[in-house]
Design a protein around this ligand. Structure first.
Ligand code: 3PG
Length: 402
């Protein structure tokens, strides 16, 4: 069992808090602040118990310093939520960051600029990890959603800064995961959607032995449909990944596992086309059209597949939810999942936001801010960022929330 923040004596300590403020932005506007709000309990706990906090996070995948990926909007939002000043250090390492961190009074916090402005972060470079470690006295990881990455602020830093404890959000994620992993009620149904096929295909391959049914929708479905020889029109397909998609389908079939792909899709010539929105069979999408949502026949099939589910894990929207005509497949599926009697878990920002918009968030068992990390952990492997945390000594604690 991992050490938790509730067990740390925080008085007079400076905490390095690894957060995940990788939130969706439209220009400088945060379009979903769930990940920022999820960090507040840990922050408040530190600040009201006599600690000061140095927060580090990534935002996006910048290559070098790039103003579009500045954490400035995050600092503003944190100030609003905390009702305290949240200064932004111009860099995450170096003399200025060190000076700002060293002069932090108890009850005060500092946000570091984007960790990924330095390539050393993703390279897990030891010198960079050590430079981050110099900013604090102990380490708290509350970023389960990035703990599948072997990056300096998630892994390397814990070699130089200990103890390394789990924050409250990390603790909640681990408890939810344990509920799914330890003897899940069967059948275990995994619903996958979204567009990041390249990020998720390897995970799907590894998860096949663990799940009983796999329902695939969203943009990633087209690569699988193509692998089956379907006509996908100009829907997004990743040609390089077709052989792997085929292997996954063959493997699933050999194991007697059910894989369900869309039967019909809502298609249009382009996402903004309000005039020619048609429902077409997923295996024969006309050349001039692309699928942007799952269709009604697919929803019926998915509903039937979920009827007796003991456990449901859902990651990724079923369509282009940011365009209202293509959001209804995801919204309808949210209601179907909410009606399931088994344990239901939604993983990932877009999925959780869609469930909230559908008004059924309180009917799901657990809403995780982590997408890919949650799926990787579902394979049963300990994530590197979790493995790096200190072991708990003494009595295990029940789930604690401040
Ligand atoms: C996420 O949004 O999944 C996490 O913040 C990790 O981001 P990454 O995939 O860019 O490492």
């Amino acid at each position: 069992m991992k050490l938790c923040i509730a067990q740390l004596d925080l008085r007079g300590k400076r905490i390095f808090l690894r957060a995940d403020f990788n939130v969706p932005l439209s220009r400088d506007e945060i379009t979903d602040d769930a990940r920022i709000r999820a960090m507040i309990p840990t922050l408040e706990h530190c600040l009201t118990n006599g600690a000061s906090v140095v927060m580090g996070s990534h935002l996006g995948r910048p290559v070098g310093r790039d103003a579009r990926y500045s954490l400035k909007p995050i600092a503003f939002r944190l100030e609003e939520l905390l009702g305290r000043p949240v200064p932004l250090a111009p860099d995450c390492v170096g003399p200025t960051a060190e000076k700002l961190a060293a002069t932090l009074e108890p009850g005060h916090c500092l946000l570091l600029e984007n960790l990924r402005f330095h390539a050393e972060e993703t390279a897990n470079e030891a010198g960079f990890a050590q430079a981050l470690a110099r900013l604090a006295d102990c380490y708290v990881n509350d970023a389960f959603s990035v703990s599948h990455r072997v990056h300096a602020s998630v892994g390397g830093i814990t070699r130089f800064l200990r103890p390394a404890a789990a924050g409250f959000l990390m603790q909640r994620e681990l408890i939810a995961l344990a509920r799914v992993l330890s003897q899940p009620r069967r059948p275990l149904v995994l619903i996958l959607g979204g567009a990041r096929v390249s990020d998720k295909l390897g995970i799907i391959r590894n998860l096949v032995p663990h799940v009983d049914r796999l329902l695939i929708g969203g943009a990633m479905a087209f690569t699988f449909l193509k692998a089956l020889g379907c006509e996908t029109g100009f829907s997004p397909v990743e040609p390089k990944l077709i052989p792997m998609a085929k292997t996954i389908l063959d493997d699933a079939r050999a194991r007697g596992m059910q894989v369900m792909l869309p039967e019909d899709v809502i298609a249009a010539t382009y996402p903004g086309d309000r005039h020619r929105i048609v429902t077409v069979p997923a295996e024969r999408i006309p050349l001039a059209l692309a699928g942007f949502d799952i269709g009604p026949a697919t929803l019926i099939r998915f509903r039937d597949a979920l009827r007796d589910a003991g456990t449901v894990v859902w990651n990724g929207p079923m369509g282009m939810v940011e365009q209202p005509p293509f959001a209804s497949g995801t919204a309808e599926l949210a209601k179907i999942v909410a009606d399931c009697s088994g344990l239901t878990v939604a993983a990932g920002g877009d999925t959780v936001a869609a469930i909230q918009r559908a008004g059924v968030a309180d009917q799901l068992g657990y809403l995780s801010t982590s997408g890919v990390a949650f799926l990787e952990a579902l394979e049963g492997r300990e994530l590197p960022g979790v493995a790096a945390l200190s072991e708990m000594t003494g009595q295990p604690l029940a789930e604690e929330r401040p």
